[in-house]
Design a protein around this ligand. Structure first.
Ligand SMILES: Cc1cc2nc3c(=O)[nH]c(=O)nc-3n(C[C@H](O)[C@H](O)[C@H](O)COP(=O)(O)OP(=O)(O)OC[C@H]3O[C@@H](n4cnc5c(N)ncnc54)[C@H](O)[C@@H]3O)c2cc1C
Length: 487
């Protein structure tokens, strides 16, 4: 048994910690916030609202082989309840609404009926994302056999390795609106399809179509807290309010309740970005990869249950009301946060269990956010801009949910600056490196090339998102097991 210290209790750190503690190591997880989870948390607000921070839909819960393995090993399926929605998502553009069903065949048939002139492209698109999705699953668990046969086994992945979503969709389709329809939900990963890796789009979309998107009933803190309990149940320690300030290859220093502590360790697992981690070690490091853009969320508590007021609607909605083409989309993204198209996740549509009172409900809006839009504002201007954003967004929601503003009991905006404060990620990102083709195409690796006792987990290893962050924990545990630990 060795001592392992984990810096940061996001999903990556918690998963690695749970797997390593279960494997018999003495794990100490240090989290600077008052609760574990990072983005995977919920916070409470007056009126009985449990506000979800970073989960609309998780992919791969019952279909991704690595997620299934982790969840089975850790007993997650027995401890946490996952709920899903009936449809994948609804997108509303300038011309009409589209409600995409789950299932590759169902979605292809649905879109072929609306875009009969694009039948050939749709057939190719859905076959392609499915094939790439499966190839990437295999690649995540690749063995020497797979690497030896790489060009044959991963032909599609290789062929599209340098392609962006725009490259591929524009080569497959004539209809400008179809491109918006197929990529609507993936704007969380990247502000524009022009720089988004087609491989990432294909992997995420095929996983959602084939395996659905899932929410943790009661909020994502339930998953995070459960993973923390696996660590403590196996003799480990989970310390919140523990701010790591320095590290050496054999020790970690943190502040807890205003007192500094230094603990010896055989191995360090960091849930922080490489640049923040190496700074703790005082080790020279220059980040060459671009960091993902941020997200801004408006948390909305309603005095009524939206499903009862507006009836059965989609859980995941994307409003691009004034848009029809990719050019219009590009201009909209750059037009400022008050004008940007946005997503609306209506938790009343599923058994989310986010309100004490079942007659109330909770929802969020979410869109791309750039730190520069908020960075130079003084506190009053910042507060005012957030208030303007809430007012403007409710005005825009009125078009789809008449009278919704009158139902609001609680509203609060969390900008990328808010996320930077709570998560301490570079530029407040929740999605690691910008998922451009060159950043996405790499074999995920946890072990540091610079410091032998150091491993990475979280949004920096594969990509951002619940399932990639969780899978990074498994990669870390596997690499530690295969390398052994220094005696
Ligand atoms: C608004 C929003 C919506 C999202 N929606 C979805 C979605 O629908 N589906 C999906 O799959 N993903 C979604 N995501 C992304 C997903 O939540 C994240 O990519 C993922 O949870 C990141 O996990 P992580 O392991 O990188 O840890 P992080 O969440 O980055 O957590 C890192 C932890 O390290 C701690 N820390 C930092 N510095 C220190 C220090 N010095 N000492 C101790 N602790 C420290 C932080 O406090 C934090 O708890 C969303 C994110 C956001 C913000």
């Amino acid at each position: 048994m060795k001592t392992i210290t984990i810096i940061g209790g996001g999903l990556g750190g918690l998963t690695a910690g749970a797997l390593l503690a279960q494997a018999g190591h003495r794990v100490t997880l240090l989290e600077q916030h008052t609760m574990v989870g990072g983005c995977a948390t919920t916070f409470k607000r007056k009126g009985g609202f449990r506000c979800e921070v970073g989960l609309h839909k998780m992919d791969g819960v019952y279909t991704n082989p690595t997620i299934q393995k982790i969840f089975n090993e850790l007993g997650v399926y027995d401890a946490v309840e996952f709920v899903s929605s009936e449809h994948f998502y609804t997108l509303t553009t300038k011309t009409r609404s589209y409600t995409l069903p789950y299932g590759i065949d169902a979605a292809r048939e649905y879109l072929t009926e609306i875009f009969p002139h694009e039948t050939r492209g749709l057939d190719r698109y859905f076959a392609l994302i499915s094939r790439i999705g499966h190839q990437i699953d295999t690649l995540t668990n690749a063995s020497w056999y797979h690497y030896a046969l790489f060009p044959f086994l991963f032909s599609h992945t290789l062929r599209y390795a340098r392609a962006t979503v725009t490259d591929v969709l524009e080569s497959l389709f004539e209809d400008p609106e179809l491109i918006l329809v197929l990529n609507a939900n993936v704007q969380y990963y990247n502000d524009t399809p022009d720089t988004l890796s087609f491989l990432l789009h294909a992997k995420a979309q095929s996983s959602y179509y084939e395996g659905k998107g899932w929410f943790v009933k009661g909020g994502s803190s339930r998953l995070s807290n459960y993973l923390a309990s696996v660590i403590t149940d196996h003799g480990g320690t989970v310390l919140t309010g523990a701010d790591v300030t320095a590290a050496t290859p054999a020790s970690v220093t943190y502040t807890h309740k205003h007192s500094p502590h230094t603990i010896p360790t055989d191995c360090i697992v960091s849930n922080l970005s490489p640049q923040d981690t190496y700074r703790l070690f005082d080790h020279p490091y220059r980040e060459e990869k671009t960091i993902s853009d941020g997200l801004v969320t408006i948390y909305l508590g309603f005095r009524k249950n939206l499903r009862e007021v507006y009836g059965e609607r989609s859980y995941a909605n994307f409003f691009m009301d004034e848009l029809y083409t990719l050019d219009e989309y590009r201009a909209n993204v750059k037009s400022g946060v008050l004008q940007r198209s946005f997503g609306f996740t209506d938790y009343a549509q599923i058994d989310a269990d986010l309100t004490k009172d079942p007659d109330k409900s909770f929802a969020v809006t979410c869109t791309t956010d750039y730190l520069d839009e908020w960075a130079d504002l003084d506190p009053e201007a910042y507060r005012q801009k957030k208030a303007d954003l809430i007012a403007r967004t409710l005005e825009r929601l009125e078009r789809h949910y008449p009278g919704i503003s009158d139902l609001v009991e609680y509203a609060e905006a969390g900008t990328v600056k808010t996320q930077q404060r709570y998560l301490r990620t570079p530029r407040g990102t929740a999605y690691g490196y910008k998922p451009t083709p060159s950043n996405v195409l790499r074999i995920p690796r946890s072990h540091s090339r610079e410091i032998d006792t150091l491993y990475f987990v979280g949004q920096w290893v594969i990509s951002g998102g619940f399932s990639p962050a969780i899978m990074s924990g498994e990669i870390c545990a596997r690499e530690i097991a295969s390398r052994g630990l220094p005696a």
